[in-house]
Each structure stands twice: as C-alpha cells, then as structure tokens.
Ligand binder design. Structure first.
Ligand code: NAP
Length: 376
C-alpha cells in the first residue's frame, strides 16, 4: 500500500513538472515570438551614403521593397564589390516566405525575418579593398556569394566565397554560379564521388542546379541521364546528357537501369523507389527539399531523418548535402567555365526593382537554368 502511494505521488509530481515545463515553454515561445524584431524597427535616420537594395521587414513576397540603405564599408579583410548581376535561388524564397517554418525556430526569425536583406549570388567589379587584402585589387571582376546580394554593393571577406570572373563569361553568367554551381559540384564529387564511366542520374536536370550538374558530371567522364519535361529535352541533351527521360511520359524509378549516383533535385520519389534503381554500392544525394507549398512546417527534414535511420542497414549511401560556398570550389568552376566545359544557362533576367517578380517566377518551379537580376 505504501509503495503504491509513493508511486502515485511520483507520477503526480512528474506530470505536474512536465505540464509546468510545457507551460513555461509555451509562454517563452510566445514572448520570443512577439519580441522577434529586425532592423526595420530600429531604422531612424536616412542613410548618409546610400545605395539601393532589396529589403523585407516582414515575411511574404508582397513585403519586398527596393529601398535606400547605407552603402557598406569594407573592413581591412574585405573587398567592396559594385554588383553588376545577382542570381535568384530557391534559397531566397525559403527566406522570403520563412518556410519551412522550422527555420524560424532555428534562428531565422520567429515573427519577422531577423536579416532583412536578400540575395546571395553576385558578380561585379571590385571598387576598394581592405588593407590586408592581397588576392584582389580595385577593377578586378569577381563572382561569388554574400548575403544581401540584391543590392548595388556588397562587402565580402576576400578569403571567403569569391573568385576572379573568367573573361569569357558575362556578369550574368558568373552571378548564376555560386549556389547552383557549388551544389552541383559538391553533390557530384564530394558526396557522390562520381568516377569516370559511372552512370549518373540527375533528377531535375533543367533547373539551376541540374543544368550545372549535367555539364559537370559529363566533364568528369560520367554517363549522364537527365530527367526533365518534354520542352526541356533538347536543352538537357545540348548540355551533354547521354540519355534523357521525359518525366511527363516515363517514371525513371520504374526503369530497369541501375545508377551509381542519383543527384535528386526534386524529391518526388520515395527513398525505397530511389534505392531500387541504385547499384548495391550506389549513392543517393538529396539536394532538393520541394516547392514552397510542400511540407511547409518541416521541409526536407523528415526525409533527411529517414535517410539517417535507413543508412546503417543498407549497402547504399543516402543523405542530404548542403552546399558550402568557398573560394576553392568557385575557382574550380571558374576554370571549367574558362575552358568551356561548363557554360551557365540563363533563363530570364530581371531588374533589381523586379526581384519580387523574379522570385515569384522561380517559386513556380519551372525555371530553365538560372534566373538573374541585372544592375546598371
Ligand atoms: N542542398 C543544397 O545545398 C541546395 C542548394 C541549392 C538548391 N537546393 C534545392 O535544390 C532544388 C533545386 O534547386 P534549383 O535551383 O535547381 O531549382 P529550380 O531552378 O527552381 O528548378 C526548377 C527545375 O525543376 C524542374 N522540375 C520540376 N518538377 C520536376 C519533376 N517532377 N521532375 C524533374 N524535374 C522537375 C523544372 O523543369 P520543368 O519546368 O520541366 O518541370 C525546372 O527546370 C530546390 O529544392 C532547392 O531548394 C538545395
């Protein structure tokens, strides 16, 4: 009887403690939500040295504005770049929409975006350099990645994700490289470990990442199959794909072919379907997390957890990769563009004031290559 009383009491107090912790957690989340703020709430004076940039004070495409903000000043390790072109990535609509919503909990901003600036990929001309910078000089044409690239100027650490632009490509082409080119390169080589003669399938071969991936895989000697829709078959073939699969007519997952590497930009097949067409030691590299209206709360994380749980029990390797923009890989891509092995594909260009339209177009999920913003 005494033991029963003790157990009852433990159960009662544990339940109360859990309820209290939940209550405190909810209150803390509520307070954090309402305290979530950004630069827009702090702005007072007009900029003394203005430049134009896209800013968004609240989540949602209608909240994007072209405004005058303070022109950045490089520190001793940075370069100041006059942006000539920038490119749009699904990354941008993730931040504009604040989806998947779990991102908001992970520091992007619960109620409002913490960082009010947008854009990552840029190409332009170095205007000034900090006193420790030896890699670049004023007048150099460069390309790379830096948050806030939808602007007239960016400051970026010279040792980071920036490289000299090859003379044979335009600023628009160079601006399209950073995220898409690096993702394709790292997905195929670092994760997929693609070797000469291997069979590589690229699902979503006509988009930003896919158009780079087809060319890169081909230049490393792979036998490439590109999955795209009817209207993009010729484009994907022209990039070097040995085989094309029209997803409107044929399901690649039902094929009898086996692939050494699958680079998946469009996660529209289950992991077991993808496994079925991998060789026993094949590698599945998950790149894409789906469109703006898919899995709005957790995005690709459910699928990522699935690959982690599955991995110890299978001979194939499956996992997501996250692009890591850096100088070394940008230089590899610059060399590939210089030698003509890779040529960025540009779908449309928009003006800086048209960034909302450009993002809207990309959100539809049918870009052919890259969508680029041009600046005067
Ligand atoms: N993990 C990372 O580090 C990383 C980095 C960059 C991008 N990403 C993700 O990777 C994905 C692709 O990025 P992206 O820049 O290439 O996007 P994107 O340019 O917007 O891709 C659009 C392309 O996807 C094609 N597509 C749509 N539905 C398809 C289907 N069912 N089968 C085959 N192709 C289809 C479209 O072709 P049609 O018009 O013919 O349908 C279009 O050409 C996105 O989800 C993005 O968020 C991840």
């Amino acid at each position: 009887m005494k033991l029963k009383r003790i157990l009852k009491s433990i159960l009662k107090w544990t339940s109360l403690a859990i309820l209290l912790a939940l209550f405190v957690g909810i209150i803390a989340l509520f307070i954090a939500y309402w305290k979530s703020t950004n630069d827009c709430d702090r702005h007072t004076a007009a900029p003394t040295n203005p430049m134009k940039a896209i800013i968004y004070c609240d989540y949602g495409l209608p909240n994007l504005k072209l405004e005058e903000v303070e022109k950045p000043v490089p520190n001793e390790d940075q370069i100041l770049v006059k942006v000539r072109a920038a490119s749009v990535n699904p990354y941008d609509w993730h931040f504009v929409e604040g989806t998947p919503k779990i991102m908001r909990l992970m520091g992007v901003g619960l109620r409002k975006p913490k960082d009010t600036r947008l854009g990552v990929d840029f190409a332009g001309t170095v205007e000034t350099v900090g006193k420790n910078v030896t890699q670049f000089k004023p007048g150099d044409d460069v390309f790379g990645g830096k948050g806030g690239a939808f602007a007239e100027y960016v400051c970026r650490r010279a040792e980071g994700a920036v490289a000299l632009k090859p003379a044979n490509i335009t600023f628009e082409q160079a601006a399209s490289v950073n995220i898409a080119g690096i993702t394709a390169l790292q997905g195929l080589l670092d994760k997929g470990k693609v070797q000469q003669g291997q069979k590589v399938l690229i699902n979503g071969a006509s988009g930003g990442v896919g158009t780079f991936a087809v060319q890169i895989a081909k230049s490393y000697g792979a036998e490439v199959t590109g999955v795209c829709s009817t209207r993009n078959l010729d484009l994907v073939r022209s990039l070097g794909a040995d085989h094309v699969i029209d997803y409107t007519k044929e399901d690649f997952a039902k094929s009898e072919q086996r692939y050494d590497v699958i680079l998946d930009n469009v996660p529209n097949h289950s992991l077991s379907e993808c496994r079925r067409i991998l060789t026993p030691k094949g590698k599945y590299v998950m790149i894409g997390g789906g469109g703006p209206n898919e899995a709005r709360w957790i995005g690709p994380f459910g699928r990522v957890i699935h690959t982690l749980l599955l991995s110890p029990f299978i001979s194939q390797q499956m996992g997501m990769m996250m692009a890591d923009a850096n100088h070394k890989d940008l230089t590899v891509l610059a060399d590939m563009m210089q030698s003509g092995k890779v040529k960025p594909v540009i779908d449309r260009t928009y003006k800086l004031s048209e960034v909302p339209q450009a993002i809207r177009y990309l959100e539809e999920g049918h870009a052919r290559g890259k969508v680029v913003i041009t600046l005067e």
